[in-house]
Design a binder for this molecule. Structure first.
Ligand SMILES: [Zn+2]
Length: 291
């Protein structure tokens, strides 16, 4: 942890210091070695917050984009007495969780349920293949497959989302920001690592990915505009999907024999039956074996 309590003040780790954990109130000692960043650790291996992961430089840098008094906030669910430390909670009650390690589906869902108003920031450099895989998907935007261009150059409709992002994040109920910059030392000839990529909760056929600058993300989460903008964006694409679906249904109900049924511009063998099958088959079964 970055902070511990000494005489009720939040203090950073310094050699020889002892303090109390702000979550469980048990003693913590300052770890000030050369290998890991200076931090506080529990004296006994107690089960404090089982969601807590050892911090990296990446975590610390991200957290420090926000005021110290918003970092490491203990939150309690009064009904269940469950207590967890949020990486950042803004003054508008938005929780920002920075995730480097792999996370299991169940834990991700529990955290989303616990924090509710939250956004994930994921270290997209944990596995070597994460960035190349994303780039491959994104570059398909020129041919308008996988990443489909929209009328806004920073917004994409994405098909086959599991070709672009780690599966652990695909079904998240809250926005997930992918940060591919890592510690800033990685190859980036096209300057694509500096931008953040926000994956929105998937509603309907396509996922939505939006490019957002670091400054814009930090500013809107700090000034409280983030939640409103997210809601507006989701409402907007929900509306668009509805219109599109209605258009597709009109095509199906057109019963003339002359109608050629196409799928992504390619005429379908099997006509309307095949078209309906594809339309109503959930995305996942279409993807089997194509990863
Ligand atoms: Zn503790």
């Amino acid at each position: 942890m970055h902070f511990a309590l000494i005489n009720n003040n939040r203090v950073e780790a310094q050699p020889q210091l002892k303090g109390l954990c702000s979550c469980c109130s048990k003693p913590v000692i300052a770890k000030c070695g050369t290998r890991k960043i200076w931090h506080w650790a529990h004296k006994n291996k107690t089960e404090c917050d089982n969601w807590w992961e050892p911090e990296t430089e990446w975590h610390r840098t991200w957290k420090n984009n926000y005021p110290a008094e918003w970092q490491e906030i203990s939150l309690l669910n009064e009904r269940t007495s469950e207590k967890h430390i949020a990486d950042v909670q803004t003054s508008h009650n938005l929780v920002i969780e920075f995730q480097h390690s792999h996370i299991e589906h169940q834990e991700r869902t529990s955290r989303e349920r616990f924090y509710k108003n939250m956004v994930w920031v994921v270290d997209g450099t944990r596995l070597k293949r994460d960035f190349p895989r994303f780039l491959k998907g994104k570059k398909n935007c020129f041919e308008n497959t996988i990443f489909y261009a929209t009328d806004n150059p920073k917004i994409f409709k994405v098909d086959l989302i599991d070709w672009c992002f780690p599966t652990a994040w695909l079904e998240s109920s809250v926005p997930v920001i992918f940060d591919f910059r890592g510690d800033g030392t990685m190859d980036d000839p096209e300057g694509l690592r500096n931008t953040l990529y926000c994956l929105f909760p998937q509603i309907g056929r396509y996922a939505r990915v939006v490019e957002i600058s670091r400054t814009a993300f930090i500013n809107t989460t700090t000034n409280g505009e983030w939640a409103l903008r997210v809601q507006e964006f989701i409402n907007h694409y929900r509306e668009q999907d509805k219109i599109e679906q209605q258009k597709q249904q009109q095509t199906i109900s057109h019963t003339s024999n002359k109608v050629t049924y196409t799928w992504r511009g390619i005429p379908l063998i099997g006509g309307s039956r095949e078209y309906k099958r594809r339309l109503w088959t959930p995305n996942k079964s279409n993807r089997k074996g194509r990863r």
